[in-house]
Design a protein around this ligand. Structure first.
Ligand code: INI
Length: 153
């Protein structure tokens, strides 16, 4: 049996973060968590590029262009889509997830999906440094693990 898995050592890696501004009270916290998670695992803060876009809908188009630069070992996508009274939620959340999913299959580097989709701002805040942890911090670990896993494949 040969077990393949990626380590959580981020030394020497260059990482891109795409973060949307909509619901920035949440996405700013996801960003802080992601940076903290990367730096704590050895990624130099000079090797983190942050790209900001208006909303979660725009994340895939920005991520695609960032991937095309071939400058990064992984791309982390951060956003927060909160269900309101309109069907807009479903379109924005669906297109964002679909676009990021397509990129993750096509790209040669890991693309990490950390776009919160919640019914309320409270639920989103819980996942962005509140009682359910920080999904940005988790995304940092996922990105590093996936980079190191890809090296084994
Ligand atoms: N964008 C988000 O990131 N989160 C949301 O909750 C949201 N809602 O609810 O509308 C949202 N809308 C904006 C969208 O992402 C685009 O920026 C906009 O439609 C312009 O293309």
């Amino acid at each position: 049996m040969v077990n393949h898995e990626g380590s959580l050592d981020g030394n020497g890696l260059k990482i891109a973060i795409i973060v949307s501004r909509f619901n920035s009270i949440v996405t700013d916290r996801l960003l802080s968590g992601a940076i903290d998670g990367l730096v704590r695992r050895g990624v130099s803060d000079k090797e983190i590029d942050i790209y900001r876009c208006p909303g979660a809908f725009e994340i895939p188009s920005v991520a695609k262009r960032v991937i095309d630069t071939k400058k990064h070992d992984a791309v982390i996508c951060l956003g927060a889509v909160v269900r309101g009274e309109t069907p807009h939620f479903d379109y924005v959340a669906g297109e964002s997830a679909k676009g990021i999913g397509q990129l993750s299959l096509a790209a040669q580097v890991p693309v990490i999906y950390s776009v919160l989709t919640t019914d309320s701002m409270e639920q989103a805040a819980d996942r962005a440094g509140g009682k359910s942890g920080n999904k940005g911090f988790d995304a940092a670990a996922d990105a590093i693990e996936m980079v190191n896993l890809f090296k084994h494949i």
